[in-house]
Write a protein that binds this ligand. Structure first.
Ligand code: NAP
Length: 497
């Protein structure tokens, strides 16, 4: 597939038939108001589609449909083995359409085509297939009660779940939400990010083809501040699963409290520490330090944005990292050689530029990049950027920039490294690089994050849970543990005569 040239992908893009209507009760429909929102390609600012802009009235129809099918039990009471069959078939169909879906995601998000083909689509396929395959292998419990009693502890679906997802990994995060919530028997109303609704609509069609009953999956593009808020406040939604920013996550907890206490699970922002000791494999650590922050243009919740380096190797190590940074210069996402694409939109582009300005004002030393580039394309490209000699108190070390900006912070000893790493409101991910097992493991144990790599960054797969400590969230995506977020525990107590 990747033997294709930029021109091949461009020609294929011109042929794409893009679905832009909402998916409600098994059919693609316009918003009740008839309103649409333009979806743009961040690589050149061109118009991709006019997408249905759903409001509260569409949400109410979708929630009622999702509730009706849940109560009928068409899906919720289907044998797990049959739900498995449909989910696995859905994964197969997505896999068969890898090329088209990867292209759509590339155009909608500005992600490099090599990433959408090799990472985003395969990750969604694996997530849905794995959750489907797992669901008929999960047993409930019988606890050790007295002999004249029998108790059953069962996990039952929550009911109707709303899933609200961001624009930075639209397909992967959608799969992380849909796979376990559907596998456990819920009906789901999905709200994609306004900037990137296209892959969710595409896979909704494939879900119907795979045999998912009507109403079990509803996909509603629309504004978060109104339609998303309406879902979060809805009295007939039982669960809310969210991936996005910490401020919006805080609002969602409030909406839950103000409405029906719907179970609310949040995957939020990060400012992840990547700690390098002098005794590490420095070549590997340097290559991964660049990848950890520049992958997806830094628009990654787990991005290793704080590079915490042992003082005595700082200059030599940073020479290596800078060498790798140069390989991440942005380019056309349709070019198979491109590693980094544009920022998602003008606002995000300006946000990154603003943080670069703040970094200068705070007295950090810019050692690489720092500029907007490729303006002539109409897209939103920014150079990979490195600030050295950053203090962890600076704004660029504390706030999530969500762009290709690395803050490099020196440390003297283990204690200082751990203190810097933990001095953050976030606790999503991190890594430590050292060839001393004692140092590596003690630092990994002391850093308060949901996922910690030792001598790797971005490690993990569908078999392990993913989520944050502190203000990085309270839920867990992926693995069997994700099933817990979408189920209620029910006890049935039986006494024999
Ligand atoms: P965002 O602004 O929080 O938006 C996320 C979603 O929430 C979008 O669908 C948005 O809709 C919706 N939304 C906004 N305001 C809402 C409200 N008042 N009520 C209900 N829904 C609302 O985040 P983003 O800018 O799309 O994504 C970037 C953030 O996501 C970063 O902070 C990143 O760290 C985080 N993230 C976390 C993870 C993780 O797993 N921990 C993974 C990826 C990204 P609109 O699009 O219509 O505004």
């Amino acid at each position: 597939m990747l033997e294709k040239t930029t021109q091949n992908w461009k020609s294929q893009a011109e042929e794409l038939d893009i679905e832009s209507r909402a998916f409600i009760n098994g059919r693609f429909v316009d918003a009740v108001s008839g309103e649409t929102r333009t979806c743009f390609n961040p690589a050149d600012g061109s118009r991709l589609a006019e997408v249905a802009c759903c409001g509260p009235e569409d949400a109410d129809v979708a929630v009622a449909g999702a509730r009706a099918v849940f109560e009928r039990g068409d899906w919720a009471k289907m044998a797990p083995a049959d739900r498995k069959r449909i989910l696995v078939q859905w994964a197969e169909l997505i896999e068969q359409n890898t090329e088209e879906l990867a292209l759509l995601e590339c155009l909608d998000v500005g992600k490099p085509i090599s990433d959408t083909v090799n990472v985003d689509v395969p990750s969604a396929v694996r997530t849905i297939r794995w959750s489907g395959e797992a669901i008929d292998k999960v047993y409930d419990e019988i606890p050790p009660t007295p002999a004249d009693t029998l108790a059953l502890i069962q996990r039952l679906p929550l009911g109707v779940v709303a899933a609200i997802v961001p624009w930075n990994f639209p397909l992967s995060t959608t799969a992380w939400k849909l796979a376990p919530s559907l596998a456990t028997g819920n009906s789901v109303v999905l709200k994609p990010a306004s900037a990137t609704p296209l892959s969710a609509l595409y896979i909704a069609r494939l879900a119907a083809e795979a045999g998912l009953p009507e109403g079990v999956l509803q996909v509603l593009p629309g504004p978060g501040g109104s339609m998303g808020k309406h879902l979060a406040l809805h009295m007939d939604i039982d669960g809310l699963t969210f991936t996005g920013s910490t401020p919006v996550g805080q609002l969602l907890m409030q909406y839950s409290g103000k409405s029906n206490l719907k179970r609310t699970f949040l995957e939020l922002g990060g400012k992840s520490p990547n700690i390098v000791f002098a005794d590490a494999n420095l070549d590997k650590a340097a290559a991964m330090a660049a990848a950890a922050v520049f992958y997806n243009g830094g628009q990654t919740c787990t991005a290793g944005t704080r590079l915490i380096v042992e003082e005595k190797i700082l200059d030599a190590f940073m020479d290596k990292v800078t060498g790798h940074a140069a390989k991440w210069m942005p380019g056309n996402p349709l070019d198979p050689a491109t590693r980094m694409g544009p920022m998602i939109d003008e606002a995000q582009h300006n946000n990154v530029a603003e943080y670069v300005k703040i970094g200068h004002e705070e007295g950090a030393v810019l050692t690489f990049g720092g500029n907007r580039v490729l303006d002539e394309t109409g897209g939103y490209y920014h150079e990979p950027t490195i600030f050295c000699r950053v203090s962890n108190q600076m704004q660029i070390a504390q706030e999530e920039i969500f762009g290709p900006v690395l803050s490099v912070i020196p440390f003297a000893d283990v204690e200082e490294a751990v203190n810097i790493a933990n001095d953050s409101i976030y606790g999503l991910a991190g890594a430590v690089w050292s060839n001393d097992i004692n140092t590596a493991h003690s630092v990994a144990a002391a850093v308060r994050v949901g996922t910690m790599g030792i001598n790797n960054y971005f490690g993990g797969d569908i078999t392990v849970p993913f989520g944050g400590f502190k203000q990085s969230g309270n839920g867990r995506d992926k693995s069997i543990h994700a099933f817990h977020d979408y189920t209620e525990l029910k006890t049935t107590w039986i006494e024999f005569e």
